[in-house]
Design a binder for this molecule. Structure first.
Ligand code: TXA
Ligand code: MG
Length: 332
């Protein structure tokens, strides 16, 4: 693990050019990068993460010419999105160029592309001077890493270098928007359906379970799970959560509660954690709190009530973390 500076970035770029993999900061979560066109290097990413090879990677770029080097066609819609947002915590899916290896796209005829907003991420990609294929830098199925230490905890001994830069400001992964046919959001994030619809001048769909035919393999895998059991209460019912906490004491020695700032006072001081006040704060803190609390507790009870579109994106991650152990208000 090396502090992020001109020298370590140069070293990171030399590793990438020699076919190695490197973890690097972005504004969403840390990424684990390799040269997009080096299939042996891409294979190392899947091995280090224990990632199913049917789950494709996102190609990270620092300049627009890199977009044209991996996308076969950049539609009018894509041009609009690029102009309005990039660089941003937003990934677009387009038809791929033949030269993009199947190992990157998991055999799909499309490629996911993102220009990170983080200046550090772009500095690293620019130093490599290559489009960088990268998934999140966690062990597959674990919560995504939002600081260098999280990467170290999962991947120490398995990768040669972590560029230890800034803590991730967004905290959840990019919005994934497919522009292959009708625009559809495959993974919700901090860039919202409303923002995208406004730019496109048309309504954008959001992938639901019913849209099984849409090909975004990643959304169906086990994800973001802490290493102890967790449960999610959707709503504001602190009394219900408190009684669940009390009952859980017969089974667990150290349960804890994650909730927004305004509910912290409703629970025992030594077992409650604030995820923040605003939805942006909750997004920033959520994965990091999962990783913190799993170390000290053996059961995680989450209370959250999404108010806006960012809240819905957070709820998407929470739902996966708890593997569908969900209570909605009024149910027991
Ligand atoms: O914010 C982010 O996107 C972070 C940082 C590192 O940039 N990266 C990230 O990568 O979250 P990963 O691999 O954890 O998630 C990639 C997602 C998966 O859901 C995958 O299925 C989807 O993008 N994806 C990649 N290529 C695709 C394609 N060609 N078509 C549809 N979905 C694709
Ligand atoms: Mg991931």
């Amino acid at each position: 693990m090396l502090d992020f500076n001109a020298k370590s970035v140069e070293y990171a770029a030399s590793l990438i050019k020699s076919g190695e993999i490197v973890a690097f900061p972005t504004e969403t979560v840390y990424g684990l990068g390799a040269d997009t066109h080096n299939t042996a290097a891409i294979t190392k990413i899947y091995q280090a993460k224990g990632r199913p090879n049917s789950n494709p990677l996102i190609v990270h770029i620092s300049r627009l010419d890199m977009l044209y080097s991996v996308a076969e066609r950049v539609s009018e819609r894509a041009e609009k999105i690029v102009k309005a947002f990039m660089p941003a915590p937003l990934t677009i899916v387009l038809p791929k160029k033949k030269s993009v290896p199947d190992t990157v796209t998991a055999g799909l005829p499309t490629v996911a592309i993102r220009m990170p907003q983080s200046a550090q991420a772009r500095e690293f990609i620019s130093a490599c001077n290559l489009p960088i294929a990268a998934p999140s830098a966690n062990t597959s199925s674990r919560p995504s890493p939002t600081c260098a230490q999280d990467v170290y905890d999962d991947l120490k001994g398995k990768i040669p270098l972590i560029l230890a830069g800034e803590r991730c400001q967004v905290g959840i992964e990019s919005t994934v928007l497919s522009l292959v046919d009708e625009p559809i959001i495959l993974r919700p994030g901090i860039i919202t359906p409303t923002q995208i619809s406004e730019v496109l001048g048309e309504k954008v769909k959001v992938l639901t379970k019913a849209d099984g035919k849409v090909n975004s393999p990643g959304v169906f895998f086990k994800h973001y799970a802490p290493n102890c059991p967790a449960v999610l209460f959707v709503g504001d019912d602190t009394a219900q959560v408190y009684s669940h906490y009390q009952e859980s004491l017969s089974k667990y020695s150290s349960p804890c509660i994650l909730c927004t700032e305004k509910f912290v006072g409703s629970f025992p001081e030594n077992s409650v954690y604030s995820m923040g006040e605003t939805e942006e704060e909750v997004a920033r803190n959520y994965f990091s709190l999962l990783r913190q609390t799993e170390k000290e507790h053996d059961y995680i009870i989450i209370l959250f009530n999404p108010k806006g579109e960012i809240g819905e994106s957070i709820l998407n991650r929470m739902t996966k973390s708890v593997e569908n152990h969900i209570y909605t208000e009024g149910t027991k």
